[in-house]
Design a protein around this ligand. Structure first.
Ligand SMILES: Nc1ncnc2c1ncn2[C@@H]1O[C@H](COP(=O)(O)OP(=O)(O)OP(=O)(O)O)[C@@H](O)[C@H]1O
Ligand SMILES: [Mg+2]
Length: 351
């Protein structure tokens, strides 16, 4: 006879549409019952999207009917009727920081893949699309984001004794770099780092934001895991280069987000290829690793960003390419990915 455990295990094969996570880990399954081969399941969605509900219903019925000993299946998928802003997303809202609609982490398996470049340009890209954006630079060992954003001032303290983030190109910024003197190395211990990051989220006067992007330190070790737990994240983006993807480093990033129950929004492949002045395409690190890996892992591929000298130069100048030349080919992939993120996270804001 089929048991409740069998039913739950079978439902783990049903992914939430568009995500790598299954409906059990999202906590959608509320009640499970089985008697004499008849199975009944109740699910509660936080979305009002009928397509999502019917897709989950059909797929759940399919896997349950395939279980040995099951003769009848009844799957009831209910919608919660939550407000539109949170309606399209599977994640619960209890962790929200007041005033901030979505917190998204940008991570990579290894250093030097262009994670900070992607964070900065996505932040400015979302701002370009009309969103209110903040950027939190958690990369304690090499806080490059203030340089890339051209910010030289430090946060001030408000009358309410909150840290007021400086802003540049319309994006509010908080960085460990603000707390360092010149080039001194960071010798803080883990707990101190976590505490500071926590304050960066809670004791900062971010105001109203549609998105807070978080640039995590490179790697997928314990420090990154605790950071993911420190900041209440709505989703994670993994940045990779083509060859890094083929080495399986991306899988570690996926595993890290899954361990802390952060929905993976997708993979961005950076430094995909280089176009020579004569128009020849050179795939320095191979090509398509990011897309292939995302297909293998069943998670969305968000886009590829070629190597453009202007991207690096813009970063060095403190004016990201998306700000200085939003219409140029070097900016287009960032803006396209920003659009995908905006739509995936379904933040309702005025444009
Ligand atoms: N698509 C690109 N085209 C040209 N240059 C790029 C591109 N992406 C990143 N770079 C350059 O590569 C270098 C490394 O990028 P970046 O600092 O963003 O990487 P990172 O992953 O954040 O590194 P770290 O692990 O040190 O934090 C920078 O000089 C940056 O300007
Ligand atoms: Mg970086």
């Amino acid at each position: 006879m089929v048991s409740e455990v069998d039913i739950k295990n079978a439902l783990k094969a049903v992914k939430y549409p568009g995500y790598s996570r299954d409906i059990i880990s999202f906590g959608l399954v509320k009640e499970v019952a089985a008697k004499n081969g008849a199975v009944s399941v109740l699910m509660q969605l936080t979305t009002n999207n009928p397509d999502v509900a019917s897709q989950i219903k059909v797929e759940s019925e399919r896997v349950l009917k395939a279980l040995p000993g099951v003769t009848a299946v009844h799957v009831d998928v209910r919608s919660q009727g939550v407000p539109q802003a949170a309606a399209q997303t599977p994640w619960p809202s209890q962790n929200r920081i007041p005033g901030i609609q979505r917190v998204v982490a940008i991570a990579s398996g290894k250093g030097g893949v262009g994670k900070s470049t992607v964070s900065v340009n996505l932040a400015c890209g979302l701002q370009h699309l009309g969103a209110r954006v903040g950027l939190l630079d958690c990369d304690i060992y090499g806080p490059t984001i203030p340089l890339m954003m051209g910010i030289h001032e430090r946060p001030t303290i408000s009358d309410e004794e909150k840290l007021v983030p400086p802003s540049s190109h319309g994006v509010k910024l908080m960085s460990m770099g603000f707390l360092l003197e010149g080039d001194q190395p960071v010798i803080w211990r883990g707990p101190m780092i976590m505490k500071t990051i926590q304050q960066f989220v809670t004791a900062v006067d971010w105001g109203e934001l549609d998105f807070l992007l978080v640039d995590l330190p490179p790697g997928t070790g314990d420090a990154q895991l605790s950071l993911c737990q420190t900041v209440p994240l709505d989703g994670g983006v993994i940045v990779t280069t083509p060859q890094e993807a083929s080495l399986g480093v991306v899988r570690k990033g996926i595993a890290m987000f899954e361990r802390v129950n952060v929905p993976i929004l997708g993979i961005v492949e950076n430094m995909s290829y280089y176009t020579t002045p004569s128009g020849e395409r050179v795939e320095i690190f191979g090509h398509g690793g990011g897309r292939a890996e995302s297909e293998r892992q069943g998670i969305p591929f968000l886009g590829e960003i070629p190597i453009f000298t202007e991207i690096r130069e813009a970063g060095d100048r403190g004016v990201p390419i998306v700000v200085s030349a939003p219409e140029k080919p070097a900016s287009r992939p960032f803006i396209a990915i920003a659009e995908v993120l905006r739509d995936k996270l379904s933040v309702s804001y005025k444009v």
